[in-house]
Design a protein around this ligand. Structure first.
Ligand code: NDP
Length: 248
């Protein structure tokens, strides 16, 4: 997909929810979707950071975004249901869902892996992805066509020593993606996973403290792949494990 170029304003009148919109890849994806015309619903756990992204989108003259503060670590199923109710009341439908937020947890051998960290990573990376998908799906069905993108990782496709809960959570994400894509095969909703590959963000710096960040692509470099995931008029790929690097 090296030659993919998104059409200007192809996301006009589309509503897209982005989790982890406060930093890194999610923040850049929110800005980029807005640049291409989308009304972006920004979700995150830090209200100050969410408001800063909101202000940036407004100051650039893009469509007015919306804010959904939500901590994926400790929100109840009722809170996810309420999020869907708020989106339904405000917008009536949802065209795209980018499930991007994740918790790295810590790198440790399975034999010594801290249980609390394991549960937290599974809650943020797997259970929250399931809950948001479950409660948002009726809203996506209301859109003419829809796209769901779940964020994976290289270690969600091939296990690697010490990546523990994070790696296992990303395998689960791939499983959720494939299961849902199969269920929706006959619908106009595409469901895919995206592996960004090593990218210059806070999470990558935490995982690889000795690495020179200047050797890595930036979130902005990855945006062709992230636009493709939401290009529901042209993209009929579903159930696919996509690599952002293939678009560089
Ligand atoms: P960042 O750490 O830059 O951003 C992570 C985002 O997730 C932030 O917005 C963060 O919020 C949010 N988040 C974390 N925990 C929670 C929570 N409990 N509730 C709500 N939001 C939360 O990471 P990246 O941009 O690098 O990662 C984006 C995605 O890409 C992740 O799914 C990651 O696993 C994946 N990925 C990244 C790679 C890389 O090299 N960067 C490689 C492979 C996959 P806050 O701003 O409050 O911290």
């Amino acid at each position: 997909m090296k030659n993919y170029t998104a059409e200007d304003q192809f996301l006009a009148n589309k509503v897209i929810l982005v989790t982890g919109a406060t930093d890194g890849i999610g923040k850049q994806a929110a800005l980029t979707y807005a640049e291409y015309g989308a009304t972006v619903i920004l979700s995150g756990r830090n209200t100050k950071k969410l408001e800063a992204v909101y202000d940036e989108i407004e100051s650039l003259g893009y469509p007015q975004p919306a804010l959904v503060p939500l901590n994926l670590q400790n929100s109840s199923p009722e809170q996810y249901s309420q999020v869907a109710d708020v989106i339904a009341a405000e917008f009536g439908q949802l065209d795209g869902l980018l499930l991007n937020a994740s918790d790295l947890g810590l790198l440790s051998p399975i034999e010594h892996f801290d249980e609390e960290t394991w549960y937290r990573v599974m809650q943020v990376n797997v259970n929250a992805t399931f809950l948001l998908t479950k409660y948002c799906l009726p809203l996506i069905r209301k859109a003419n066509k829809g796209a769901i993108a779940m964020t994976s990782s290289g270690v969600g496709r091939q296990g690697r020593a010490y990546w523990g809960a994070y790696a296992v959570s990303k395998f689960a994400t791939e499983g959720l993606m494939q299961t849902l894509a199969d269920e929706l095969e006959k619908s106009d909703i595409i469901v895919n996973s995206i592996n960004p590959g090593g990218t210059r963000t806070k999470m990558r710096a935490n995982a690889f403290p000795g690495e020179d960040p200047n050797t890595l692509p930036t979130p902005k470099d990855l945006m062709p792949a992230y636009l493709w995931l939401m290009d529901i008029e042209n993209n009929r790929q579903t159930g696919q494990s996509i690599d952002a690097r293939d678009f560089l």
